[in-house]
Write a protein that binds this ligand. Structure first.
Ligand code: BEZ
Length: 211
C-alpha cells in the first residue's frame, strides 16, 4: 500500500547505526526525513550519504531529523560508513536503518519490483511534527537526489504550515510568496495588513511574511 501525502507516516521499530529506535518516538516534536538507498558500497549512494552528512547542520537548523535506510544489515553499514568518511570528507552523523528483513521498505513501498525486485529505490518521505506525510519523492537508482531541493521544500512546508501562503515555482527562502487561493481578499486584509500585489485575482503576491 503506497504511503500518500496526508497519511500518518507508518510507525516502526528498527535497528540503526545509532541503536534500536521506534520511529515516532525518535522523531518526537521534530520534522523528519526518511530516505532509502538501493545498496551499501555503491557509488551514487556513497555520495548521497556524504552530502546529507555535510548538510546536517542545515537540517538541524530547521528542526529536522534525518534517517537513511538500506536493505543491507547494520554491520555492513558500519563498514561502509568508513568509506563514506574517507571519500566524502564527512562522517555519517545520522542513523542508517539496517532493513535486511525489508520490514520498513515494505511498510513504505520502497521496493518497486518493475525497477528492481530486491533493492529499494531512492524514496524520500518528509514527515511533519504531527507525524503526517508532507512530501514523497521517488528517484531511480541511477540518479542521485538533490538535497538542497529537500531543504528548499522544507522551508516551504514550514512557512506554509504557519501562514496561509503558497510558494511559487523555484521559490527560495526570502523570496515573494503567493496568497493561498482559499483566502478571500477580506481575509487577506486581516492576515496581511501591509498589503499585496494583485497580478490576477487568483495570483496575489506579497513579501514572505516572516522576513
Ligand atoms: C549506486 O548507488 O550507485 C547504485 C546503487 C544501486 C544500483 C545502481 C547504482
Amino acid at each position: 500500500m503506497a504511503v500518500r501525502l496526508g497519511d500518518t507516516a507508518p510507525d516502526f521499530e528498527a535497528d540503526t547505526t545509532e541503536g534500536h529506535l521506534s520511529f515516532h518516538d525518535w522523531l518526537g516534536d521534530s520534522w523528519g526525513v526518511l530516505f532509502s538507498h538501493p545498496k551499501d558500497f555503491t557509488p551514487v549512494c556513497t555520495t548521497e550519504l556524504g552530502t546529507v552528512a555535510r548538510l546536517k547542520p542545515e537540517f538541524d537548523k530547521r528542526n529536522v531529523k534525518v534517517i537513511g535506510l538500506s536493505v543491507d544489515p547494520i554491520d555492513s553499514h558500519a563498514g561502509w560508513a568508513k568509506d563514506i568518511e574517507e571519500t566524502q570528507g564527512t562522517a555519517l552523523n545520522f542513523p542508517l536503518i539496517g532493513d535486511s528483513d525489508r520490514k520498513v521498505a515494505d511498510l513504505y513501498d520502497m521496493i518497486h519490483p518493475n525497477a528492481n525486485d530486491t533493492l529499494t529505490v531512492r524514496s524520500v518521505f518528509i514527515v511533519g511534527p504531527d507525524k503526517k506525510v508532507k512530501l514523497t519523492l521517488t528517484y531511480p537508482a541511477s540518479t542521485g537526489r538533490n538535497f538542497d531541493e529537500l531543504l528548499r521544500v522544507i522551508d516551504s512546508l514550514q512557512l506554509t504550515a504557519k501562514y496561509k501562503v503558497a510558494t511559487p515555482a523555484d521559490w527560495k527562502d526570502g523570496q515573494d510568496v503567493i496568497i493561498g487561493s482559499a483566502v478571500t481578499d477580506d481575509e487577506a486584509k486581516e492576515l496581511f495588513p501591509n498589503g499585496w500585489t494583485t497580478i490576477k485575482p487568483y495570483l496575489r503576491v506579497l513579501p514572505q511574511p516572516n522576513k
